[in-house]
Design a protein around this ligand. Structure first.
Ligand code: KG4
Ligand code: ZN
Length: 337
C-alpha cells in the first residue's frame, strides 16, 4: 500500500511517500520545504505568510515525487487536518482536495498530534524495508512543540485521554519568544539548546502551576525570564556567557516542569512506556534528563529529524487511520484540538 502524506499545519511544507506491507514500511520519498527564513525576521510564524508559502511550495514538492513515481499508483492521500494555523491548513486542504479529485483517490484525515506520537515507530532510512516498532501500552504520551504541550494517558495510539495541556503558550513558543528576547534567531528552541550547553550559572526562575494536576502554564515563566533579562541588561552587557547562562536556566527550569508532571503521572498510572515527541523533543538535554529520571521505563523518542513537522509522520499515521478514509468533499480542517 502506498500512502502520500501531506503536512501544512504550521511553517513546514512536507510531502512524503511511504510504502506499507503488513507492518513493514519503506520510506520512498521525503520532500520538505522549510519556511524558517521567511518567518525569521518576524521572530515567529506569521500564519498568512505560512499559507502563501505552502501554496507556492506544494506543487514543487509534488513534482519532485512525480519525477520518480507514478502518483496514480498511490492508494491514499493522508493529510494533516489540524490542529494548526487555520490559513496554513486551508491552503493545504485546497491542494489536497484538488489532487485527490485529479487522481481519483480518497483522503485519510490525520490529527497532527497523533502523527507526532506515531513518529516514534519509524527510523529515518530510505528505500529499505523496516519493521514498524512496537510500543508497550499503557503509556504516557507527551507532545511538546511550537503549538502544543499535551500530556496523554494512552491505552493505544488511538485510545488516549488528555491528562493536561497548556493554559497559555506552548513550550516551543516560549523558547522561541525568550530566544528572541535574547537576540537569537528563530526558531529559538535549537538556539537555546546550543547556548545552554555552555551555560553554568543557574538563575532562579518560577515553575508555574506545578501543583495543578497535569496542567501546564508557561506564560509566567516567559514573563519572569524577560523581567530578569531586562534587570540584568541594566548593569551588564548581554555577552555570550550571559546568554548561555540564561538559556541554560530557561531550559533547565522548563524541562524540570515537564519531568515533574511526567513523574506525577507515572506515579498515578501504571504505565510501561513514555513517548515524548514534537519539535522540542529533538532537544538532547531533554532526552538525557528524561532517560535519567525514568531509568526503569521504556522511553520512546522520534529520531531528531522526525521530531519536527514533516510528511513522513503524516503518511505513517495515515496507515493506522486508514479505516477513517473520506471523500475529498468531506474533508474539514480544525485549528484547535
Ligand atoms: O513540532 P514542530 O516542528 O511544530 C509544531 O507542531 O509546532 O515544533 C516546532 C517547535 C519550535 O518552537 C522550535 O523552537 C522547537 O520546536 N524546537 C526545539 C528544538 N528544535 C525545535 N526546542 C528545543 N530544542 C530543540 N532542539
Ligand atoms: Zn508539529
Amino acid at each position: 500500500m502506498l500512502i502520500l502524506g501531506i503536512e501544512t499545519t504550521c511553517d513546514e511544507t512536507g510531502i512524503a511517500l511511504l510504502e506499507f506491507q503488513n507492518d513493514n514500511v519503506k520510506i520512498l520519498k521525503n520532500e520538505l520545504a522549510s519556511q524558517v527564513k521567511i518567518h525569521q525576521k518576524y521572530g515567529g510564524v506569521v500564519p498568512i505568510l505560512a499559507a502563501r508559502e505552502h501554496k507556492k511550495n506544494l506543487p514543487f514538492l509534488l513534482k519532485n515525487i512525480e519525477k520518480d513515481f507514478n502518483l496514480k499508483k498511490v492508494d491514499f492521500l493522508a493529510f494533516s487536518v489540524g490542529p494548526g494555523l487555520l490559513p496554513a491548513l486551508v491552503s493545504g486542504k485546497e491542494f489536497v482536495i484538488n489532487l485527490a479529485k485529479k487522481l481519483n483517490k480518497k483522503i485519510i484525515p490525520v490529527d497532527h498530534l497523533s502523527a507526532h506520537l506515531y513518529s516514534v515507530l519509524i527510523e529515518y532510512k530510505f528505500n529499505e524495508w523496516q519493521k514498524l516498532k512496537n510500543v508497550e501500552f499503557p503509556a504516557l504520551g507527551l507532545v511538546v512543540s511550537g503549538g502544543h504541550s499535551n500530556l496523554y494517558l494512552m491505552e493505544s495510539f488511538e485510545k488516549r485521554r488528555k491528562l493536561g495541556e497548556t493554559l497559555d503558550d506552548a513550550l516551543g513558543e516560549i523558547l522561541d519568544k525568550c530566544a528572541r528576547a535574547l537576540g537569537l534567531k528563530y526558531p529559538g528552541g535549537p538556539e537555546i539548546e546550543r547556548y545552554a550547553k555552555k551555560g553554568k550559572t543557574l538563575f532562579s526562575l518560577p515553575k508555574p502551576m506545578l501543583q495543578r494536576g497535569y496542567t501546564f502554564s508557561f506564560a509566567g515563566l516567559k514573563t519572569a525570564f524577560i523581567q530578569l533579562l531586562d534587570e540584568i541588561k541594566k548593569y551588564k552587557n548581554l555577552d555570550e556567557r550571559l546568554i548561555s547562562d540564561l538559556a541554560f536556566s530557561l531550559q533547565k527550569t522548563s524541562f524540570e516542569i515537564l519531568i515533574y508532571k511526567l513523574k506525577k503521572a507515572k506515579e498515578n498510572f501504571r504505565v510501561k512506556s513514555i513517548i515524548v515527541s514534537g519539535g522540542v523533543a529533538s532537544n538532547q538535554t531533554l532526552r538525557k534528563m528524561i532517560k535519567f529520571y525514568f531509568q526503569k521505563t521504556k522511553i520512546y523518542f522520534p529520531e531528531r529529524i522526525l521530531a519536527t513537522d514533516n510528511g513522513i509522520n503524516i503518511a505513517l499515521a495515515g496507515y493506522f487511520l486508514k479505516e477513517k478514509v473520506k471523500n475529498p468533499e468531506e474533508i474539514d480542517v480544525y485549528p484547535r484540538s
